[in-house]
Design a binder for this molecule. Structure first.
Ligand SMILES: Cc1cc2nc3c(=O)[nH]c(=O)nc-3n(C[C@H](O)[C@H](O)[C@H](O)COP(=O)(O)OP(=O)(O)OC[C@H]3O[C@@H](n4cnc5c(N)ncnc54)[C@H](O)[C@@H]3O)c2cc1C
Length: 245
């Protein structure tokens, strides 16, 4: 086993990259395995702190990432928007077998199936990640959770792990609505278009008052979704949000 760099705390557990998938032009899926082969238990929705150590100067870069895989899965997966920032630019040249460190899981944005039998998942871009974890748990445990997923992307090419999403949809009680906010005439997109708003929520989840709304995405997205739900008089207690910005 490789030695742990001196500036890594003993609570940070080593993981290696097990697979890398170019999911969309801007989003890469990274699958990690713990070096000691243990699995990670958590409630779907939670995140971990991922640390990269630059071997040239021993500098650590740590960022939060929501877990997209199921609890105790074979791998711990992330959907990472490659924004050319400090960590993401390092990850552009990541390779299978590379070593990172993780702490966690953390977070209050947690899916508790016994409490929420009917849900509305509202995702913006890579905000799909925690919902994939929730959906995988629902599928794996054959839960009867009733799900409406509203998923907003800019272009049709931005659907992350679309085939996996379709497969899950076939197996659980779920309706998926993908809306494209910047459709081009050449896209041949015949699905929903435009930003998610109160009208779209009413159209696809007319029973929205019976559902717990979970929102995840960038700050402006989460703000707009909360305003839409408030305009529909959904009480705050029925709204759970995870903001990344
Ligand atoms: C709870 C939580 C969960 C999260 N989950 C996810 C997740 O699942 N997936 C995900 O993708 N992100 C997630 N994030 C965001 C993530 O933690 C990082 O902030 C993100 O990956 C950017 O890190 P970075 O080091 O690459 O960018 P930083 O260097 O920290 O830069 C921050 C921002 O500045 C801009 N920027 C910086 N340098 C450049 C440059 N050279 N050119 C252009 N723009 C630049 C980028 O737009 C970037 O977004 C989450 C954040 C939180 C708080």
């Amino acid at each position: 086993m490789a030695a742990t760099p001196h500036n890594i705390s003993i609570n940070q557990k080593p993981y290696v990259i097990n697979d890398i998938i170019q999911a969309t032009p801007d989003v890469t899926v990274f699958k990690f395995k713990a070096e000691d082969n243990t699995t990670l238990n958590f409630d779907p929705g939670m995140f971990v702190m991922l640390t990269y150590v630059d071997k040239s100067n021993n500098e650590k870069i740590t960022r939060a990432f929501s877990i997209a895989s199921e609890p105790n899965g074979q791998t711990v997966d992330f959907y990472i928007h490659m924004v050319h920032g400090k960590l993401t630019s390092k990850m552009e040249s990541a390779a299978i077998g590379d070593r990172y460190f993780m702490t966690g899981p953390y977070g209050q944005f947690r899916f508790i199936p016994d409490e929420d039998k009917k849900v509305m998942f509202i995702a913006g871009g890579t905000g799909l990640a925690p919902f994939m974890s929730m959906l995988k748990k629902i599928e794996k445990e054959s839960l009867s959770t009733d799900v409406v997923l509203l998923y907003s992307i800019r272009f049709p090419s931005e659907v992350i792990m679309g085939d996996e999403l379709k497969e899950i949809e076939k197996k659980i009680h779920m309706k998926t609505i993908i809306t494209v906010t910047r459709p081009e005439s050449t896209d041949n997109w015949d699905g929903e278009k435009g930003h998610i708003n109160a009208d779209m929520i009413k159209k696809y989840a007319p029973d929205f008052m019976e559902r717990t709304a979970y929102i995840c995405g960038p700050l402006n997205f989460v703000k707009a979704m909360k305003e839409s739900l408030e305009a529909l008089n959904v009480p705050n207690i029925k709204i759970k949000a995870d903001v990344w910005g």
